[in-house]
Write a protein that binds this ligand. Structure first.
Ligand SMILES: [Mg+2]
Length: 263
């Protein structure tokens, strides 16, 4: 079936740090004239509005409805499941807090007060105090949502603990497993994005750089899965990967992804 939509992961696919991957912004501009182009990231530190601005720095024009992040995903999940106006205790950064307020109308519980929901995401201002408060809200029965299970995030010169590592501290301290994890490889974010744009998975390709997140999610969903070698996964990893993580296509970068998909 012809591909009508291409969904791009961002980090390791479009850019690495502040550097665009050569030819990718141009390819995205070309594809935008011929197909639906969407963006999906596990990153929960920025709002969709932040990403519109961020992508523009690389010369990419996108509207916030075309962008799905785990910050927006968490807020959308809360609104769908619980409605607006819940008390939410969040470990996370401004982008997440903004989406929680905008999309879920959440009241952010900052101190000892009651919280209906605990959200855990990457927080580079994490403190012991925040972990303690979240642990206590969980002990009192708050619903437990994790933005994504990414263990670590690749930085320019190494790694730092990711959302999954922070969640692991709460899991250990509270003795509870999360009630929901919205980020890849869960299909929640892609389900919502395709639904919002009325696109069938069989008509869409997903372009990502991680086998156990991007490719696993795309395969689960029945999308064409395209691995690019410009990020986390390297060629030898593909051979070692279990069947569920094997991509339909492997490309050096996303600079010529349209041609590979006959778009
Ligand atoms: Mg990536």
């Amino acid at each position: 079936m012809a591909i009508k939509a291409v969904v791009f992961d961002m980090d390791g696919v479009i850019y690495r740090g502040s550097q665009a991957i050569a030819g990718v912004p141009q390819e995205i501009a070309r594809l935008q004239k011929k197909a639906k182009v969407l963006f999906l990231t596990n990153n929960a530190t920025k709002s969709r509005a932040d990403y519109v601005f961020h992508l523009r720095k690389f010369g990419i024009r996108a509207r916030s409805e075309e962008i799905m992040t785990s910050a927006f995903g968490v807020a959308h999940y809360i609104r769908e499941k619980f409605g607006r106006g819940k008390q939410v205790f969040a470990i996370g950064e401004n982008g997440l807090l903004q989406e929680l307020e905008l999309e879920a109308g959440a009241r952010l519980a900052r101190e000892e007060g009651k919280a209906d929901i605990v959200v855990c995401a990457l927080d580079r201002q994490l403190t012991y105090e925040k972990l303690a408060q979240a642990t206590n809200h969980l002990a009192r029965g708050a619903y437990f949502i994790v933005a994504n299970s990414d263990p670590a995030l690749p930085l320019e010169f190494g790694y730092a603990p990711g959302s999954g590592a922070i969640a692991a501290a709460l899991i250990t301290a509270s003795g509870r497993q999360p009630d929901a994890v919205v980020g890849k490889p869960s299909t929640y974010l892609i389900d919502k994005l395709l639904e919002m744009h009325k696109i069938k998975p069989s008509e869409a390709a997903f372009v990502g750089d991680r086998l156990d997140a991007d490719i696993r999610m795309a395969n689960k969903k029945g999308m064409l899965s395209v691995l690019v070698l410009s990020g986390v996964a390297k060629k030898p990893d593909v051979k070692k990967a279990p069947k569920k993580d094997r991509p339909s296509l492997v490309l050096p970068t996303a600079a010529k992804v349209g041609r590979a998909l006959s778009i």
